[in-house]
Write a protein that binds this ligand. Structure first.
Ligand code: NAD
Length: 508
């Protein structure tokens, strides 16, 4: 396990930022320290915004919105097309920065940027398809239709674990829908946000006449996020992060009747049925549970395995856990990189202790020493649990997979749904009845229910999000764009009479 980073991460970061045209003054001498989880060292210090700065930024975005909403949607799509081009050009640099700042392995860092490119492509097509319906009216000589209009300034609050993709899911759609964007990235990943901002600035420059302030970044912690949440000039906030954050942000937005797209925590599960293709299940489980060091909202955290295949699958899984490579994503070909910080490591150890106290049998979970005192690498943990009790019912944002044996499908389904979160789920079966039941009204209660595919790694074409404590928001594909626009119903009378709906008469 070679995790000793031998490269100069700080110097490499500076070189990457320079390629993007970011001056050192933007990331040195500031009050917010940026660390790399790869070595635990500080790589930058960025100036944070004050509440007054934030208000000015929002005002500027509001001005930009007022101009941008009048630009025809397909022309707005052209800006997003250029953004996609710039992302293609800087894919390697941005992907590498994601690996440095969030600790993702190279293919996942690049994959995140690919997702940004994909959503740009999607949004460009969408810019010619923001259509409403024409609806049959009950009145003669009338036409009824709906029109979709730009909404205003869209606030985006994002989490550390998808430091760039979440912005693009929101920004690409918001921009073609005619909105301006103000983004408050995680305080743990400000550098990648500066990089996205610089890439957007290149696209805007090529576009030519995009209003100034159309997409801006707010640097700071939750207090600066709160300015965005409370601003009357921000009609929609798309907030991605923990359920704790959603509990604070959701009611504040509701209080001023603003819209929210809440993308919160997950406690995702899989069910392995008797007929499952175990080779396929094994690979899907390994990636879902250990990939991104268990730090995806869609990470597989709970697994229900039928008793008839338990003794075949679980030993194979344990073998995979024992052999998985853990190490520096910058210098090794390890499949599992670091946890984001010490707090994440402490949470993981606390959950493992609790699991052991509740009868859990633990494989893995120990810290992997790398010679970097402030970097936290762990062996992913597989915990066989006698039943679904704490800490299984809560999301611990680390690579812990709780495995439970089941004998009755209905019971497994009931346990599957018996947690607060409702983001992603999967079933491994070749039995049509089980597969269909899992996706039926009384099946999985999650926003994502997959068959013979793991819980993580969604494509942008579908609407992404979950139910219950995951917040209910949907972003990315399908008709998620509707949340970024306001709908007007228009009824036009082209007759010479004024018939009232429902046959009401009111003759004066
Ligand atoms: P976090 O909740 O600590 O922070 C997320 C963001 O919210 C940060 O930018 C933070 O500054 C901001 N924030 C926190 N409290 C706030 C408040 N009161 N007002 C305004 N802003 C506030 O989450 P994290 O540790 O960065 O990310 C991990 C969590 O995010 C996990 O629970 C994970 O499941 C979840 N997540 C969900 C999705 C999804 O799409 N459902 C995607 C990624 C991550």
């Amino acid at each position: 396990m070679d995790t000793q980073a031998k490269i100069d991460v700080k110097r490499e970061t500076a070189a990457l930022l320079e390629k993007l045209g970011i001056e050192p003054s933007a990331y040195t001498g500031g009050d917010l320290a940026s660390f790399t989880p790869v070595t635990g060292e500080q790589i930058a210090s960025i100036k944070t915004h004050s509440a007054t700065d934030a208000e000015k930024i929002i005002d500027k975005a509001d001005e930009a919105f007022r101009k941008w909403r009048l630009v025809p949607a397909p022309k707005r799509g052209e800006l997003v097309r250029l953004l996609g081009e710039e992302l293609r050009r800087f894919k390697n640099e941005l992907g590498r920065l994601v690996s440095i700042e969030a600790g993702k392995i190279p293919s996942e860092g690049l994959g995140e940027v690919q997702e940004m490119i994909d959503i740009c492509d999607f949004a460009v097509g969408l810019s010619r398809q923001l259509y409403g319906l024409t609806i049959a009216t009950e009145r003669p000589g009338h036409r009824m239709m709906e029109t979709w209009h730009p909404l205003g300034v869209v606030g985006v609050i994002s989490a550390f674990n998808f430091p760039v993709a979440v912005w693009s899911w929101n920004a690409a759609l918001a921009l073609v829908c005619g909105n301006a964007v103000v983004w408050k990235p995680s305080e743990k990943t400000p550098l990648t946000a500066l990089a996205c901002n610089a890439i957007f600035a290149r696209a805007a420059k090529r576009f030519g006449d995009a209003p100034e302030g159309l997409s801006q970044v707010l640097i700071g912690d939750r207090a600066i996020g709160e300015v965005l949440v409370d601003s009357p000039k921000v009609p929609l906030v798309s907030a991605t992060g923990s359920t704790r954050m959603g509990r604070e942000v959701g009611p504040r937005l509701a209080k001023r009747f603003a819209r929210s797209i809440l993308e919160l925590g997950g406690n995702n599960a899989g069910i392995v049925c008797p007929s499952a293709d175990l080779d396929m299940a094994l690979r899907a489980i390994a990636f879902g549970a250990m990939g991104t060091a268990g730090q995806r909202c869609t990470t597989l955290r709970r697994l229900f395995v039928h008793e008839s295949v338990y003794d075949t699958l679980v030993p194979r899984l344990k073998k995979a856990y024992a052999s998985v490579s853990v190490g520096s994503p910058l210098e090794t070909s390890a499949l599992v990189g670091p946890l984001i910080d010490k707090a994440a490591f402490d949470h993981m150890q606390k959950a493992l202790k609790e699991a052991a106290a509740n009868g859990g049998n633990i494989t893995g979970g120990e810290r992997v020493e790398t010679g970097h005192a402030d970097a936290y690498y762990v062996k992913p943990a597989l915990v066989e649990m006698p039943k679904q009790v704490a800490p299984v019912t809560e999301e611990t944002f680390a690579p812990i997979l709780y495995v439970m044996k089941y004998s009755d499908f209905d019971e497994a389904l009931r346990d599957h749904n018996a947690v607060g979160a409702g983001l992603s789920s999967s079933i491994f079966t070749l039995n049509l009845q089980e597969a269909e039941r899992f996706m039926a009204a009384d099946g999985s209660d999650c926003g994502i229910a997959n068959v013979n595919i793991g819980t993580s790694g969604a494509e942008i074409g579908g609407a992404f999000g979950g139910e219950k404590e995951t917040g209910g928001g949907r972003e990315s594909g399908s008709d998620a764009w509707k949340a970024y626009m306001r709908r007007a119903t228009n009824t036009v009378n082209y007759s010479k009479a004024l018939p009232l709906a429902q046959g009401v008469s009111f003759d004066i």
